[in-house]
Design a protein around this ligand. Structure first.
Ligand SMILES: Nc1nc2c(c(=O)[nH]1)N[C@H]1C(S)=C(S)[C@@H](COP(=O)(O)O)O[C@H]1N2
Ligand SMILES: [Mo]
Length: 395
């Protein structure tokens, strides 16, 4: 009897409440959608699951994005997990499978902070779908990217504590409790990264964002942050870690978040088809002013960011205001860390009439971004790192 009760309590503790989509606050189409503490001017791509990006000019206004402006990308309803109920299990190719509590995470491991930019692989898809339509995917403009100061524990320290084996080619898979209706078959969210990346010091089990406890919309109580990789690998509401011989079989690792050849039918791809997205690629964007803006003649300050791939650095940003005939070098700020975007600005003199601004980034290996978005088009609309362009009107 006592045992039975104890067992029931344990199950209850483990239960995760999914914020019901019948809650009028999260129902699409109502007048008062849940805003998850975001600014009123967020561009909401979907209310349920909640997907939203800040206006580009808002992103340009701070090097570290405030939580209220940070983009939100969700494939399912946002789970409501109390910190005291949260558990993280590690198993697979480890000597000692472990279960970690929130208190242990905070008090039994060294705490670290990393400023890192999260970028959704679908950022700037809007430009891609003007080349050719991409049905059923969010038309993200410039804002599915943001930068935060993440605080937490190194994933490496946790894997070490579990006695993770170090054989070549192992992967570390992450599981979360949120159910993604778009997955085939419908399943919870998950992904994986190579063990070599998982053991790198920048990869965190984060419980803090900009020095505050991680909010539910961003994966609180605890998420993975994988700096330098596409946002999809930074699994929110992490509940299980498995060290395994190959990549995760989760839909979002094996079938989605892949670059398919242009002629592929995304609805009939099989597991493992296409190129799995991992490291970010060299990119930059113009955030302020942006497409369609009207600006007065005279001095115009253009602002944006550059972002290099996995641990590389942005060394130069060229800006053209005459359709690429001539280029000027933008003024680069120091990035907040090796994992953060690099803000840039340039003040130019502009005359009345239409104005086309182009920006392009070079990294420390001498690589330049690809010029055309058309050459990058792929059926799921991922990885648009073409030269940044903005068409506006000076009057
Ligand atoms: N559990 C879970 N983790 C997730 C997702 C999700 O839907 N569920 N979305 C991923 C994607 S595609 C991105 S781009 C980032 C977005 O993180 P953010 O919402 O904190 O900006 O989280 C990733 N982690
Ligand atoms: Mo994403």
């Amino acid at each position: 009897m006592g045992n039975h009760r104890h067992h029931r309590r344990a199950t209850e503790e483990k239960r995760v409440t999914i914020v019901a989509s019948t809650d009028s606050e999260t129902e699409p189409g109502t007048d008062s959608p849940a805003t998850w503490g975001k600014r009123d001017d967020m561009i909401v791509r979907a209310r349920s699951p909640y997907n939203a990006e800040p206006p580009a000019a808002v992103l340009a206004s701070s090097d570290i994005t405030p939580v209220e402006a940070f983009y939100a990308r969700n494939h399912g309803a946002i789970p409501d997990i109390a910190a005291q109920q949260w558990r993280l299990q590690v198993s697979g190719c480890v000597d000692t499978p472990l279960t970690l509590t929130y208190d242990q995470l905070r008090h039994e491991f060294e705490q670290h902070e990393v400023v890192a930019t999260l970028a959704c692989a679908g950022n700037r898809r809007a430009e891609m779908l003007r080349v050719q339509p991409i049905p059923g995917k969010e038309p993200w403009e410039h804002g599915a990217i943001s930068t935060a100061r993440w605080g937490g524990v190194r994933l490496a320290d946790f894997l070490q504590a579990a006695g993770t084996q170090h054989s070549e080619g192992l992967h570390v898979a992450f599981e979360a409790p949120d159910v993604a209706p778009e997955a085939r078959p419908v399943q919870t969210y998950g992904s994986s990264i190579p063990l070599s990346k998982a053991m790198s010091s920048e990869v965190l089990l984060a419980w803090q964002m900009n020095s505050e406890p991680l909010p539910p919309a961003h994966g609180g109580p605890v998420r993975v942050v994988v700096p330098g990789y596409v946002g999809a690998r930074s699994v929110k509401w992490i509940t299980a870690v498995t060290v395994q011989p190959g990549p995760s079989e989760n839909y979002f690792q094996a079938r989605d978040y892949r670059i398919l050849p242009p002629e592929a039918d995304p609805d009939s791809v099989t597991s493992g088809e296409g190129i799995a997205l991992s490291s970010l690629t060299l990119s930059c964007d113009i955030l302020d002013p942006t497409d369609g803006d009207h600006v007065p003649p005279g001095a115009l300050t253009i602002r944006g960011y550059g972002l290099a791939g996995d641990g590389r650095s942005v060394e130069r940003i060229d800006v053209s205001v005459d359709d690429g005939l001539t280029w000027q070098q933008a003024v680069l700020q120091s990035p907040a860390s090796a994992w953060s975007w690099r803000p840039w600005s340039l003040t130019v003199d502009v005359e009345s009439g239409p104005l086309h601004i182009i920006a392009r980034a070079w990294d420390d290996t001498g690589a330049l971004q690809p010029e055309s978005v058309a050459s990058l088009w792929n059926p799921r609309g991922y990885g648009n790192n073409a030269w940044a362009r903005a068409a506006l009107c000076v009057q």
